[in-house]
Design a protein. Sequence first.
Length: 245
Amino acid sequence: MITPRRPPLARAHRAPGRGIPDATVARLPMYLRALTGLVERGVSTASSEELAVESGVTSAKLRKDLSHLGSYGTRGVGYECEYLVYQISRELGLTQDWRVAIVGVGNLGHALANYHGFASRGLSVVALLDADPDVVGENVAGLRVHAMADLETVVTERDVSIGVVATPAGSAQDVCDRLVGCGVTGILNFAPVTLQVPADVDVRRVDLATELQILAFHEQRKAAERDVSRRGVKRAVLASTEVAT
């Protein structure tokens, strides 16, 4: 696990999040993952080209994205990886402790509760809730599963900032409303439904079925391209055979 290194105060010259485009914010976790991997391999500095390859983007896009954070690259040297880990972590709010509640402790909720990667990203799962009486009272990942009737009390007492909705679609909006009513302003939604929230609440939807369908589309297109290529090769072989005879 990489602990972001705090830079000297003189270099921390910029308020986090100011004027960064949403598209850039969406790519910052990719850069953070790539940088963390480099640091774990003992790499101290990396050029924009090297970091772009690790991140799966063009070097021009990477340089433009990182320019929104400040001037952290050195011409001829590149980026100091560990320092940039801190800067990106700071921009993403990962140098703070964000407390998370997972609502819905089925198979997905279990998996999320047991995921150890949250802690290294500034996220602490502090509460689990479920409507199933057979699940309530269970111990999952060191936490007791609470009943939905206790949601307001648990969320308020544990100072939850982010709620994860891993319930069936039919109950997702009600769960969301109750979380928002407790002051939760960040929602990660795994339910296959679009949640309606106030303007000051951010919702990120994770639709696994949609992502798989998109992958199926690309696989179908690649299969069609391979089929066209094979037919082209076959025609070329037949043509060369006819010329030879």
